[in-house]
Design a protein. Structure first.
Length: 98
């Protein structure tokens, strides 16, 4: 009789990936102020809230703020469903040769 049986091994927790959504998002001030910008902590003097906490809900663009769009701000898509702001155009057929 075993007093303290060895527990069965457990599987590792699933990895949850996040994708900035919409893909290519940037704020209303221009494409420099994208999710990468917000993910860096420029407001280091406010380390507890950082850039996302200070301005992440202010400069909305494409009906979305950084706090909604950017994984670095707690937003983004965790289920793989994303919106592309600038879809790749469908290829066109080659011009006919004359």
């Amino acid at each position: 009789t075993t007093l303290f049986p060895t527990p069965a091994p457990t599987s590792a927790a699933p990895t949850i990936t996040c994708t900035d959504n919409p893909v290519g998002w940037y704020d209303s001030w221009g494409d420099y102020f994208d999710c990468a910008y917000y993910s860096r902590n420029f407001y280091y003097m406010y380390a507890s809230t950082g850039t996302c906490g200070i301005i992440g809900s202010i400069f909305e663009n494409f009906n979305t703020t950084a706090n909604q769009a950017c994984c670095g701000c707690g937003g983004g898509s965790k289920d793989g469903t994303v919106t592309t702001l600038f879809p790749t155009p469908a290829p066109t057929s080659a011009a006919p040769t004359i």
